[in-house]
Design a protein around this ligand. Structure first.
Ligand code: HEM
Length: 240
């Protein structure tokens, strides 16, 4: 065995992977994979939260069940942080590469359309990132309404349902969530279709259908979340 060849092989492999991740298509793949992973978690999060329509106690039991498995909880949390950081870094890389590749002068519908879509993705992405930090401060760290965060239910469990309903009965808080969900819907609508394209799922018949399906999945997820503060504001969900 040649030791010189052996020691350079991992470095060569690393640089192939490094070059791929730094390339435009590599960054798109990182965005697509991390986006899909976050989307799967988000669907689970939506289903979990929709249990508020079945009663605050059901939501509290569900939250207590999640907290009873700290290993799983923390594995998921660490996974989420890794996924979000990689998604943001790949987004920054892609935006930088796009800017570098942009010609001095440009005109035409195709370019303007692509540019609007990618610009809106950046802005909705920034709004979602700001929302997630606000959301963690609200529900996970309990900084915004500390008195609601300390509530316990009849079983001595963290009263997530009571905290949620009390929080959204403040119209300004419900409004922040509803505006953020518009950004979530816009971001997902484009992202789902875009990640299908990255993964090679396109074709003359498939692409228009994928565009429609992507749009609807994004809209339905955002609407699901949107209805929660709205239902509290309209008194459909209330403290029992
Ligand atoms: C009306 C909309 C939403 C409601 C009512 C809601 C509710 C909650 C609640 C109650 C928690 C705390 C769970 C606990 O600690 O027991 C939580 C955590 C979290 N939410 Fe949401 N959520 C909403 C939308 C979203 C959206 C759209 C995102 C992402 C874009 C998101 C991301 C997160 C994250 C990352 C956590 C932390 C998870 C953890 O600590 O393990 N949420 N949410």
């Amino acid at each position: 065995m040649n030791p010189a060849t052996n020691s350079t092989a991992p470095r060569a492999r690393r640089s192939v992977l490094g070059n791929f991740v730094r390339s435009s298509i590599g960054a798109k793949w990182v965005m697509a994979i991390t986006g899909v992973l976050f989307l799967l978690w988000l669907i689970g999060h939506l289903v979990g939260n929709l249990q508020i329509f079945a009663g605050a106690q059901i939501l509290n039991d569900y939250a207590a069940f999640l907290r009873a498995n700290p290993t799983l909880l923390w594995l998921v949390r660490i996974g989420l942080v890794v996924v979000v950081v990689l998604h943001v870094l790949a987004g920054i890389r892609l935006a930088t590469l796009n800017r570098q590749a942009r010609p001095e002068r440009y005109e035409g519908y195709r370019f303007r359309k692509a540019s609007w879509a990618s610009r809106s993705m950046i802005w909705t992405g920034v709004i979602i990132l700001a929302f997630v930090l606000f959301h963690l401060a609200h529900f996970t760290w309990g900084w915004i309404f500390p008195s609601y965060f300390q509530l316990v239910d009849g079983k001595g469990q963290h009263d997530v349902g009571g905290m949620l309903v009390r929080s959204f009965s403040h119209p300004w808080m419900a409004a922040i969530y509803m505006v953020a969900m518009v950004a979530v819907g816009m971001h997902l609508s484009h992202a789902i279709w875009s990640s299908m394209q990255t993964m090679g799922l396109y074709g003359r018949r498939f692409t228009p259908r994928a565009l429609r399906i992507g749009r609807w999945i994004g809209i339905l997820i955002a609407l699901g979340f949107f209805f929660i503060p709205l239902a509290v504001l309209f008194g459909i969900v209330r403290i029992s």
